[in-house]
Design a protein. Structure first.
Length: 346
């Protein structure tokens, strides 16, 4: 897409956007102008050719002497000048009106896009993909980050990031340089007062002021990331507590053919010598219960149909072949209607 902020118009940051001289020199050869010139030249050529051929033929048919023919030729030439002048005036007027309508429609479209950009409630900006300098920012970006528009125009997109994140930014830009649309993040940004925020970036390739640019929409996800980090820290603490616990904690779900392993704490490998993936395999538990204890251990699960808590003891084979005694406590979870759900055991 191409950004539609008009050239030669004063922007809200106080800077006038003017098309580069190279683009003004090349404007003569743009397709719409060439088509307009071609239409005028073709109409002029057809009219002039027909005038010359038909008027000369008509003069040749008139029964007059040479002196009169000379005078008529002079009048014919003057009539040709007048007629072609009127024709050119009509053609130019038509093309100018068409161009004025096109320019008015373009300006109207640009004004609508500019309004959508400035009035967007999410921070947005356009930056030069070569220099990384800001070319335009909207009100929401000014409000969130705290810099004025004039200050933004003197900055690059690297300036709103912590210094240690800039190498990652440049690497990301190099890797996605050929992609027209990119969604990335979360990224760490900083406000004018130094406050850090987390944002997700939606970037679209565009052109502005005759340069390759990118239109960016930034979503502030600071609160979401705080919540995610808090949950992650809590999960890490819980994992550490469980790993240091001498009890193996597990969860089973009720399936059509009985209980299905859902989760087991990682200390199963430390205490019994089996990796988590193996401990979650179907049939793993019953295969390692001592043959003399399997019937009683299986019966304990049947007791969970009526009881909410069941405890039982059995022998279990570790990965090194040794038999150890296990004290297993299970609690049946039920929904509001009393239906059986998950079993939590330790």
């Amino acid at each position: 897409m191409a950004a539609s902020f008009p050239h030669g118009q004063p922007h809200r940051d106080g800077c006038e956007r003017v098309a580069p001289a190279s683009h003004r020199r090349l404007d003569f050869v743009n397709p719409s102008r060439l088509h307009a010139i071609a239409r005028i030249v073709l109409a002029y050529a057809v009219f002039g050719g027909l005038w010359i051929v038909l008027s000369d033929a008509a003069l040749g048919l008139l029964p007059v002497d040479r002196t009169v023919q000379t005078q008529l030729s002079l009048y014919k030439g003057l009539a040709f000048v007048a007629a072609t002048g009127l024709l050119l005036a009509w053609l130019l007027n038509r093309e100018l009106r068409t161009r004025e309508r096109d320019v008015a429609a373009l300006r109207d479209s640009e004004a609508r896009y500019r309004h959508l950009f400035d009035a967007n409630p999410q921070p947005m900006w356009v930056y030069d993909r070569e220099t990384l300098r800001f070319l335009a920012v909207n009100d929401a970006a000014v409000a969130l980050y705290g810099w004025s528009r004039a200050e933004f125009m003197a900055m690059t997109i690297a300036d709103i990031r912590p210094a240690e994140d800039v190498p990652r930014l440049r690497e990301h830009l190099a890797q996605t340089a050929e992609e027209p649309r990119v969604e990335s993040g979360p990224w760490r940004h900083r406000k004018r007062d130094g406050t850090p925020i987390d944002v997700e970036i939606h970037r679209h390739a565009t052109r502005l002021q005759g340069r390759d640019a990118a239109l960016v929409l930034a979503l502030d996800v600071t609160e979401r990331e705080k919540t995610r980090r808090a949950y992650q820290a809590q999960a890490e603490r819980l994992k550490a507590y469980v790993s240091a616990n001498p009890c193996i904690v597990y969860a089973l779900t009720v399936g059509e053919d009985g209980f299905v392993p859902e989760w087991v704490s990682e200390n199963v490998e430390t205490l019994l010598g089996y990796p988590v993936e193996q401990a979650l395999a179907a049939g793993w538990w019953s295969e390692h219960v001592h043959p003399d204890d399997r019937a009683a251990a299986a019966a304990a699960f049947d007791l969970l149909r009526d009881a909410d808590t069941v405890s039982h003891d059995y022998r279990f084979r570790r990965s090194d072949g040794a038999w150890i005694w296990i004290h297993d406590q299970m609690r049946q979870q039920r929904d509001a209607q009393g239906r059986r759900g998950r079993v939590i055991g330790a």
